[in-house]
Design a binder for this molecule. Structure first.
Ligand SMILES: *Cc1c(COP(=O)(O)O)cnc(C)c1O
Length: 416
């Protein structure tokens, strides 16, 4: 189901998106666009993609009714789309499998990727191993220190991890470095971007590869819940898991789409990653979108307890969905996400990613305000095993799991 004909031929979602890159990349992007267009309509490519998603990724992922949590909250029924059960533990593999198959189709034997928390790097290294391609991952040296386990995973999978020492030595600097690599080696190299950002056709292509998530939900919800949800909620970093579950629901106007950004220490603190709520339109990493920038257009430092949401921009399609009002964007703070993380562990027996915990936090704030027959579907974008060291440093069990803390949390979220 195609809800609208966006982006246009130049990659625009209204005033957002487009192609803002060095001259040398214009041709490479045009080549990529043409190759993708061909694969998109090629049943053989789509069949191979589907087969890989079934046998390698483990799709379809189930939808699970979080009955106990819904009961405790005393309102709407919460359902979880279990992207955490995919191979490598998150939604990112949906996109890297698609782009790797496209790279192979284009005859490129070398793939590069940027990574912040390391999750996209691991997903890219995984498919490079699977399809016998050389893989180079650019990662800020600051992030390499914070995410040592993922660096080791990528190396186990045969990837070369290159530390980036420029700027704040984090994700945005790694992205710049990957673009620089691509400029010098476009003939044999395919750049696998990890979210719905970057120059056209990436936002469209990454959305399409992740839209398998919403497509499955459309089929699964009537079977498990008897009907489609009233609300669909997903966290938003660059926005790929959110676009993935939103896309097929855009045409169902009765379904409310809600993206949850990282509010960090609170939107008023200035220490957050809420580009759509607090940013202004500008150009970064090849496209026009909402950015966190100061009055001189300098990109601002971001903060989130969740490394995967810690990005000063957002995909251009979300900028469009925000302006048109089709989707609504809200925030969840570090503390709210951590509380939801612990609640999900103890009430449902599922350890969620800290990114996904932002969506869970908003769902647990919304559910008690709705009638018991309302349905909230949350994209559980990944599993939380990768976050245990961060959670334990944040106070973990001592702080979030005291009995009194439960009451404090209920009061905080305004429940009952
Ligand atoms: C990377 C990541 C995100 C954030 O990226 P999006 O492109 O916004 O989806 C969210 N959840 C998990 C589990 C991730 O690994």
């Amino acid at each position: 189901m195609k809800p609208y004909d966006l982006p246009d031929a130049q990659g625009h979602f209204g005033p957002y998106g487009g192609v803002f890159v060095a001259e040398t990349l214009v041709h490479a992007l045009e080549q990529l666009r043409a190759a993708y267009e061909e694969c998109r309509g090629d049943p053989q490519f789509q069949n191979e993609l589907q087969s890989e998603l079934t046998h390698y990724v483990g799709r379809p992922s189930p939808i699970y009714h979080a009955r106990r949590w819904s009961q405790e909250l005393g309102g709407a029924q919460i359902y979880l789309k279990r992207e955490d059960l995919n191979h490598t533990g998150a939604h990112k593999i949906n996109n890297t499998v698609g782009q790797a198959l496209l790279a192979r189709r284009m005859g490129k034997r070398r793939v590069i990727a940027e990574t912040g928390a390391g999750q996209h790097g691991v997903a890219a290294a995984t498919v490079a191993a699977r399809y016998a391609m050389q893989c180079v991952v650019y990662m800020g040296s600051e992030d390499m220190g914070r995410q040592a386990a993922n660096v080791y995973r990528m190396r186990l999978l045969g990837a070369e991890v290159v530390p980036v020492e420029s700027g704040s030595r984090t994700l945005k600097d790694a992205l710049n470095e990957a673009l620089r690599d691509w400029v010098t080696r476009v003939e044999d190299t395919f750049y696998i971007i990890g979210t719905v950002a970057g120059p056209h056709p990436y936002p469209m292509m990454v959305r399409d590869f992740n839209s398998v998530v919403g497509r499955e939900c459309l089929q699964q919800m009537p079977q498990i819940a008897g009907r489609q949800p009233d609300h669909v909620i997903a966290c938003v970093g660059g926005g790929s898991n959110a676009m993935g579950i939103f896309y097929d629901y855009i045409g169902l106007e009765q379904v409310q789409l809600i993206g949850v950004e990282a509010a960090g220490h609170g939107l008023a603190s200035g220490q957050h990653a809420a580009s759509l709520q607090c940013g202004r339109p500008g150009v970064l990493h090849g496209n026009r979108t909402y950015l966190l920038q100061d009055e001189h257009g300098q990109i601002q430092a971001t903060h989130s307890v969740s490394a995967g949401l810690d990005y000063p921009g957002v995909g251009p399609e979300h900028a469009w969905l925000k302006d048109t009002g089709r989707a609504q964007y809200v925030g969840a703070t570090d503390a709210e996400a951590l509380q939801a993380f612990h609640d999900c562990c103890r009430i449902e027996g599922i350890i969620p990613a800290l990114e996904s915990s932002h969506a869970l936090a908003y769902a647990s704030r919304l559910a008690p305000t709705l009638a018991k027959d309302r349905i909230v579907l949350v994209n559980l974008s990944g599993r939380g095993d990768k976050d245990l060291h961060i959670v334990s440093q944040a106070g973990g069990l001592e702080f979030f799991c005291r009995p009194s803390c439960r009451e404090a949390s209920l009061a905080h979220f305004g429940k009952r």
